[in-house]
Design a protein around this ligand. Structure first.
Ligand SMILES: Nc1ncnc2c1ncn2[C@@H]1O[C@H](COP(=O)(O)OP(=O)(O)OP(=O)(O)O)[C@@H](O)[C@H]1O
Length: 259
């Protein structure tokens, strides 16, 4: 079977720094794949090369068999690679449902015209997306009034508006409380399964990584150190060594053992 995403030999240097150095991995439809690693490991650089924001020095990125490494971000997006994006300041005064309608307008490649409000566009579809992320009851509220965790759900609904085949989430739960983090990623996981949508995400919270990922990639200094199930990664001595100092992985393993 053709993988949804197939990355091979991906490399990018900034001056003398090999930010990403020969990275390869694949991702299946419906799969939640976490990309973890210490600060500066090359996670964002990898993301940006998959999403088209950065051109790799070498290597390939194939989406369902098609090479996308040299395409601009908009073209990559049109082929079905979505990204969660933060609700822009300018849209914070719009209602929750209007924000999703704006995303639907964009998905339909229509230009938002200020004299024709987004309110007219695909209202039932916008409400259905909000229902799916548990935000239907708050559809009419301005986004600026929402709790932070709820904003993240709206952002997820917006990312789903163009029905991506692959969703890239760069630290989706940053700034959220632990229980909210798990809830957001559990929801993302359910939706990924339903839609057969692959999800590549970076995440600093080990609870989220080990609780919600199907598979984990560990990057260290631009190279893939390990790849495997959450259980295998937690027990991998090389990974533990790479994280030594923060003690994050051991701590997590202990907590789970005592739970
Ligand atoms: N535009 C750039 N110009 C120069 N160096 C860069 C640039 N972007 C990234 N780097 C360097 O490349 C390396 C990888 O950075 P990257 O941001 O991809 O890591 P990361 O794993 O996402 O880190 P973090 O967890 O801190 O976000 C770092 O050494 C960083 O300083």
């Amino acid at each position: 079977m053709t993988a949804l995403l197939q990355v091979a030999g991906l490399s990018k240097a900034f001056g003398g720094v090999r930010a990403v150095d020969g990275v390869g991995f694949s991702l299946a439809p419906g799969e939640m794949l976490a990309l973890i690693g210490p600060n500066g490991a090359g996670k964002s650089t990898t993301f940006n090369m998959v999403g088209g924001q950065l051109a790799p020095d070498s290597g390939s990125v194939r989406l369902a068999g098609q090479e996308i490494a040299d395409l601009p971000p908009r073209a990559v997006w049109r082929l079905g690679v979505g990204r969660t994006f933060q609700i822009a300041e300018t849209f914070a005064s719009l209602s929750v449902v209007e924000n999703v309608q704006m995303a639907l307008l964009s998905a339909d490649r229509r230009i938002f015209r200020f004299w024709r409000p987004a309110a007219a566009h695909r209202l039932p579809d916008a409400l259905a997306l909000l229902e799916r992320v548990g935000m239907r009851a708050q559809a009419a509220r301005p986004c600026s009034e929402l709790a932070y965790g709820d904003v993240k759900r709206v952002e997820l609904a917006m990312a789903l508006a163009h029905a991506p085949r692959l969703l890239l989430m760069d630290e989706p739960t940053a700034g959220m409380a632990p229980a909210e983090r798990l809830a957001l990623m559990a929801l993302t996981r359910e939706i990924a399964r339903e839609r057969r949508m692959g999800v590549l995400f970076t995440e600093h919270s080990m609870d989220v990584v080990f609780g919600q990922a199907d598979r984990v990639l560990v990057l260290v200094r631009g190279q893939l150190l390990a790849e495997g199930t959450p259980e295998a990664i937690q027990q991998d001595a090389r990974v533990q060594a790479a994280y030594l100092g923060s003690g994050k992985l051991r701590q997590h393993a202990k907590e789970r053992a005592h739970a």
